[in-house]
Design a protein around this ligand. Sequence first.
Ligand code: BGC
Length: 742
Amino acid sequence: MTDLTDVRASALTLEEKASLTSGADFWTTKGVDRVGIPSIMVTDGPHGLRKQAAGADHLGLAASVPATCFPPAVGLSASFDPELAERVGTALGVESAIENVAVILGPGINIKRSPLCGRNFEYMSEDPIVSGVMGAGLVRGIQSQGVGASLKHFAANNQETDRLRVSSDVDPRTLREIYLRGFQRVVEDAQPWTVMCSYNRINGVYASEDPWLLTQVLRDEWGFEGIVVSDWGAVNDRVAGVVAGMDLEMPSSDGRTDAQIVAAVREGRLDESALDTIVDRLIDLARKAQARPAASGPLDVETHHALAREAAGRSIVLLKNDGGLLPLSRTAKIAVIGEFARTPRYQGAGSSQINPTRLDNALDEIRAASSGDVAFAPGYLIDEDAAPSDDETAALVAEATDAARAADTVVVFLGVPAHEESEGFDRTHIDLPAAQLALVDAVRAANPNVVVVLSNGGVVALPFADEVPAIVEAWLLGQAGGGATADVLFGAVNPSGRLAETIPLRLEDTPAFGRFPGEHGHVQYGEGLLVGYRWYDARRMQVAFPFGHGLSYTTFSYGDAAAATTAEGDIVVTVPVTNTGARTGREVVQLYVSLPASEVQRPPQELKAFSSVEIAAGETAQVSLRVRRSDLAYWDVRVDRWIVEGGEYDILVGASSRDIRSRTTVQVEGEKVVLPATMNSSIEEMLDDPVVGEELRAAIEEKFGGDSQLMKLLGNFPVGRLDGFPLPHAEMVALVERAQRG
Ligand code: BGC
């Protein structure tokens, strides 16, 4: 192995340098043998390793080596626990290292703008703090093993429809506060080795050739030190990409784009120093990959399966549990209904499809955990090509209702068929199949003690929510999801997952409805900041289950929250939380912030911190939450930077966005935006001017008296608009000039 410490771009020929900027094939980079730069391997990601043994594609078609399939992001994020994410990340790093993979292509942290996005199962949340904190946990874990992460898809890639060309048209404030904030958090906190730029355009510019995105924001503002890799096939103009800071094109272009780079340098269209910068970064990536300690296999399948089961158990959200129907008694007579209990849906389709080392199913696991009678009826078919006849459907339902009638409790597994949720296309509705909805109705008529267990990568409408006593949201849980589901059903695991996305009542209620997925190459993010719960709260809408919601088999009470600011300007909130029930459980304490007197439009409340804490029965934990000052900031488009407004902030602490248990306030020192005075400044703005404001006020008072009605009427007039109001034109010009001199 050559020591790369002193190897720089300057040691390479122009052709060698250009060759490094694109892949050798589907999954490996090119090396330069002459100076000892090695080729390295990168593979998907994100919730397991998808290393293809032979055959290469980015759609999950060809087989890959067996690897642990951890819960996809839709599940893991519901744990609201970055430490758990870090442990899963560490396991991903270990598996990558054993397979000699230098970079694993994840995590994906795009915001769930609409429940229709076909890839929501790969993303964390509708909230940027949840996405950022959980994403940073995963990156920290992966990289603790000397393996790189790839934070994706940067940025504003929130749909699959026309994903390779569509322009996400987002206003700058929304882009910063909602769509970039999570990426910023992960970059600043965990410094991923690589960031994957997305396919789409942002406000008309391809992410893969956007100097503002890839250099100004990512590197200059956030301090990113790694390389930018293109999503597979995202390169539109390779030379423009070099200028923008897009380091590595994947997969191989068969030398075509390398030649374009060489020609551009030779013809003076591309500054060679821009290429050198990229090449130095790519050498640095190879250096980091080389530094990884040799990993010794084989993979400890059992230990990682156990971690996958733990993580899956922590991902499950107990939505409803009337009358304490759950947990089930191990001696109860149970009817398990629904094909998904026997044939689990445990991950989504596309590039993230893992070849699991093992696969649990809930039916076997329920039978293993139960000492009573467990009957099973499939209830419906999940083979998309085999639609049952009416008679077959009737027979399936009859078998299910017979089983339900004979049981104490019925556990009905429902879910979204695999062919409806995948990378590459979006959903067109959020409904469960009609046959499944009809099945629930028939089953609950036969036996009202119904527990519904859901398997879905994106949220679904739950028209039966008021009719069944218990609902378990079991997402897609990875290879150990069956065991984890049994753990929660029987109470071996006390559920503690929380909704990282709102479950709406209807698709028509959702923020991007009518604006998703856009048309003719553009999608307007017209709902602005009001994404997810921000939208439902602002419009005071009913939802099926709110953001942050999730029940436990125990209960928690909250004491009074107390808030203080630190020397750095962060807010620290402490709140005593008591487990008032009979068993140990985890509470996810959530902190929302609101600034009612804000000068800018804001969502009514925004999550700024959370903590998942285990509390023993009868015990009280002093939970401490820290809100970073930078997370209080809004993006001010007038000055193009973050501004923390001063004022009294409401601090809302609770068990969900709609279950606030304690409130307090905290005074925050802010920053006032002072815009340069011009003849177009309004009278009100000039009255605020530190140099001439008082003088102007006195002049107005002298001329017009303290007529507040007049000021209300004319205060928003630019000072240069009406001669003589408030001062003669020449005097006004002089005043503005003095204000400008400061
Ligand atoms: C996906 C990426 C993935 C890549 C490689 C692309 O189509 O968008 O998420 O990492 O393929 O498989």
